[in-house]
Design a protein around this ligand. Structure first.
Ligand code: SF4
Ligand code: F3S
Length: 77
């Protein structure tokens, strides 16, 4: 799945939400998260984010890898 990382915090542009065909991007207080069990890997959200917060799970930069778990944990709430 795709993952939303640190640059989203406090920005929450939501251009990603508008293009997601399965509506799996959820809003929390601090940032938005992708539900990994619903994401179909279409990649449409990635280029829409103005702060480049979205990455394929395999391509998340080292310093933001913890966001893979954070997205998954939020989806379970
Ligand atoms: Fe939604 Fe596609 Fe982005 Fe997954 S990759 S969150 S399905 S827009
Ligand atoms: Fe956040 Fe970028 Fe979406 S700032 S809300 S991941 S468009």
């Amino acid at each position: 799945p795709y993952v939303i990382t640190e640059p989203c915090i406090g920005v929450k542009d939501k251009s990603c939400v508008a293009v997601c065909p399965v509506d799996c991007i959820k809003e929390a207080d601090d940032q938005l998260y992708i539900d990994p069990s619903e994401c179909i890997d279409c990649g449409l959200c990635e280029p829409e984010c103005p702060v480049d917060a979205i990455f394929m799970e395999d391509e998340v930069p080292e310093q933001w890898k913890k966001f893979i778990q954070i997205n998954a944990d939020y989806a379970k709430k």
